[in-house]
Each structure stands twice: as structure tokens, then as C-alpha cells.
Design a protein. Sequence first.
Length: 259
Amino acid sequence: MTVLRKIILIVLMVGVSGLFGMATAQDIAPSPELPTDLPSELLGELQEEGTLSARVIQLFALVTILSLAPGIAMMVTCLPFMAIVFSFMRQAVGIQQAPPNMMIMGLAVFLTFFVMEPVFNDAWKTGVSPYLDGQITEDQAIERTLTPFRSFMSGRVDPESIATLEETLPGRQNEKGEPSFSLLVTAFMLSEIKHAFQIGFAIFLPFMIIDLVVASILMAVGMMMVPPTVVSLPFKVGFFVLADGWLRITQAILTGYGG
């Protein structure tokens, strides 16, 4: 099975867990097999109480999962963090449209796959693959699939975020006393946004110094009508290129996740 199909199945499994927690489609009683030999018998079976409604609910749940699962799965990876950092880096240099948004998202997606590949492999080996082989139930598959993601998020989340959310909405813990999956995902997202803004602040500092130096020189020579950003832009781009900024920032990000 290709890597892409594995990731799609993992995304769907995580999406199911994010939407329904540890509850699965087993909560909906399976409808009996509908006979196909006679139309009248088929119609009679469909008119039985609960049969048609159960199928409609199952279909609605499937469509909802297919539409929301990619977004939910994205929130349990490092993609938002990388997208925010790269956006800050582009704004700090001062070039708003280079590289374009599609290229930034593409770079963030591939780096996310590079970072999350061990997590995807663990989720596939322990949860999805045994379930497809019929060795475990749906509940066991969801729990085993979520375990690598839970470990990844627990290593990156701030304890203060979890404590604050638990104080705001108490009772969001599972039987083991650990934060529920929804609570952990929310705290993880807030922590990732916080870390991304911290790195964005550090990225802005050297470019802000260049702007201040250029503005001071223009004031000193009496060129007050010249916008400092226009003059400082070539210097900022040159500084960024000489420092190999994209590679250095990417290296720092990967080192943070690898550590």
C-alpha cells in the first residue's frame, strides 16, 4: 500500500476520533441485512422502525468525517506552527508576495510530513493496519492510532495551557486521569501558536534594526521624504540571502522537533 493511502487512512481515523472521541459507529445499532429477492420485502424492511434512520445517520456521519477529517488531522500535526513561522519570515523581510502563499503552504506540508513521518508509521503499524486485517476492533484501532499523536502533542504542549483549560472546563479527563483528546488538541494548538509567535518575534528583530538604521541615516542626510522601507528592502533581502535565512530557520524548526 502506498504512503499516500496510508496517510489518508490515518487522517480519516484521527478525524473520526476528533469528531466523536472514543465513540465509534458501533454506537449506532447495525441495521439488519435487507433482502433483495423481492421489492415488496425490501420495502417492508425499510419501513421497519429505526432501519432507515440508522442508515441516514451513518451516511451523514460518513460525509461529515470526510469533509472535516483533513482539517482535524491537520490540527494534531506541526503544520500550523510551520505555516505561521514562514508567514512571519516573509513579512519580516518585507516582500509580501514572494514566495506566494501556495509555495509557503507546500513547503510547510512537506516539512510536516518529514517531521510527522515516524508518528504516521507508528499509527499505521499499531492501529490502522491491524484493524484492516481484522485483528482488532474499531475502538482498539482508534485508541492505538491516537496514541502516537497523543505522545507527540504531549511533548510539545505547555502545561500552563492544559491547566488553564482544565480550570475553565473541569472534568475533561479520561479514565486514566489524562487530559481528554479534545482538551489535549486545543492546548496543543494554543501552544503551537504561542511558540510560532515567539519565533516570529525573534525573526523580526534583525530586520527591525535594519529599518531603524536606514531611517536614522535618511534623517541625518535630510532625506525625510524618502520612505525608509523602500531603501531598507534591498538591504534586508541581501542580509537574508547572505545568512541563508530559509535554510537556517528550517534547520532551527526541525532541530526543535527533533530535540
